[in-house]
Design a protein around this ligand. Structure first.
Ligand SMILES: Nc1nc2c(c(=O)[nH]1)N[C@H]1C(S)=C(S)[C@@H](COP(=O)(O)OP(=O)(O)OC[C@H]3O[C@@H](n4cnc5c(N)ncnc54)[C@H](O)[C@@H]3O)O[C@H]1N2
Ligand code: MOO
Length: 410
């Protein structure tokens, strides 16, 4: 078999986005368990946050206009008529010429519109000398300034990070409806591959690395992994195992046997899972050329190249995109990348996207990307890397000192 019709990275991403749709099944989770999941509903704020005008400093609640003209040499004088306690409603209305002591976070009394910091005034036996003027709303967070009742706080399709959970907590929302976690099946293939727990290897055997790297990425992105074990290069067993696993999952990932060797059955196995079948076999990317992407019914199937660094990079690029689509996440193209300068010339073929593993080093306040050279079969190259530099398919390489985008591998 040959790689017919090798696709570009962009074409492959477009095919994945076009064919993979959200699973649509939802679950309602208690807020503390919702991190990393994707909202299946819009969140409309049921109330204002904060629910009352709040001081941001320790000081005195005043009417701003009573402080106008205040300075060190010509203070204004206000009557201190009380002290506000934290967490308590204040009903006493502030009249002109009055001030009330207020702690940071305390509720402003009705009638006041600003707070003067303790540093800029002096309480002399109930007479407050103000040495600076304040503007209306100075040192105040207004009711609803953070989140306004009725506003759409979060849209369906948002992945919940720590800050979203915090915002939901501020509204008293205790549970949310999210897409149910997607199930990703993973299966390694190859006669030489043995469980990573194998203590002593026979000559020629290789411990299963990809199972660990891919499963870790799936879990990091909020998916559940279902492991199918390791299958030998034997068509019937491979097919039967893949089919059994396929039935239980939303997304099937296979590693190894994606190339063109005599025993590389992966394409046939994937094709046997259903129509429309293989949509991409071969991507113009280095490493990772023998990548396969297929749809069997509404389920995506990704065939990863066996070489561990290729498998991981390809899963980062294409697996994450497929997972995000299944999870119903709204696409927002904010890649985790920084700009750095490359430490050496790197040649690349136009028409192919190259991913160069790099270590980041800081030199005189600038980030430099130092290539970690090595074959794609070497997992240690990724261990030594902080990120990958993408040399887009239109470029013929990069020159030493050139600024390049580095996708960070966290
Ligand atoms: N004639 C050609 N040969 C190859 C080509 C090509 O275009 N023409 N492409 C090469 C590239 S690039 C890659 S990548 C590999 C991919 O091959 P396969 O996907 O068929 O992978 P395998 O042959 O099964 O394995 C490759 C290599 O990786 C090791 N491996 C596999 N699975 C695991 C695992 N789970 N954990 C650790 N290591 C694994 C395996 O032992 C092999 O050493 O094909 C090139 N050949
Ligand atoms: O391009 Mo393959 O994916 O390295 O070794």
């Amino acid at each position: 078999m040959q790689f017919y019709n090798v696709k570009s990275v962009e074409e492959t991403l477009a095919i994945i986005k076009q064919h993979v749709a959200p699973i649509n099944a939802t679950v309602t989770l208690p807020l503390p368990e919702a991190r990393g999941h994707v909202l299946a509903e819009d969140i409309i704020a049921p109330e204002d946050v904060p629910g009352f005008d709040r001081s941001t400093v320790d000081g005195y609640a005043v009417k701003a206009q009573d402080t106008y003209g205040s300075s060190e040499s010509t203070p204004q004088f206000l009557e201190v008529v009380g002290e506000i306690e934290m967490g308590e409603e204040v009903t006493q209305r502030l009249q002109g010429g009055q001030a009330m002591a207020i702690p940071t976070g305390g509720m402003l009394p009705p009638g006041s519109d600003s707070v003067i910091m303790v540093e800029y005034c002096e309480n002399m036996d109930g007479l407050l000398n103000t040495y600076r003027q304040v503007a209306p709303m100075e040192n105040v967070i207004q009711k609803g300034e953070d989140i306004r009742q009725g506003d759409k706080l979060l849209a369906k399709g948002t992945r919940l990070r720590a800050q979203e959970l915090g915002a939901l907590a501020s509204l008293g929302i205790t549970e949310v409806t999210v897409y149910r976690p997607i199930r990703v099946g993973y299966l390694s293939s190859g006669d030489e591959i043995v469980p990573f727990q194998t203590k002593r290897l026979q000559v020629g055997q290789v411990r299963d690395i990809n199972q660990l790297t891919i499963a870790a990425l799936v879990e990091e992105w909020g998916g559940e992994v279902i492991l199918g074990g390791i299958v030998p290069d034997e068509y019937e067993t491979f097919k039967w195992t893949a089919q059994r696993l396929f039935e239980q999952v939303d997304f099937l990932v296979l590693s190894g046997g994606s190339s063109v060797g005599a025993k590389d059955y992966t394409t046939e196995v994937i094709q046997s899972l259903g129509d429309p079948g293989v949509l991409v076999h071969g991507v113009s990317i280095k490493p990772g050329k023998p990548t396969i992407f297929s749809m069997a019914g509404n389920k995506p199937v990704l065939g990863l190249p066996g070489h561990p660094a290729s498998a991981m990079l390809i899963f980062l690029l294409f697996g994450q995109t497929a997972m995000g689509r299944l999870q119903g996440e709204t696409e927002h193209n904010i890649p985790r990348r920084i700009e750095a300068r490359i430490t050496q010339n790197i040649a690349s073929s136009p028409g192919r996207s190259d991913y160069i593993r790099v270590r980041l080093v800081e030199r005189e306040g600038e980030w430099w990307a130092e290539p970690v050279l090595g074959k794609s079969g070497l997992i240690s190259t990724l261990v030594a890397s902080d990120g990958v530099v993408e040399i887009a398919s239109v470029k013929e390489g990069v020159r030493q000192g050139e600024w390049v985008p580095v996708l960070l591998l966290r």
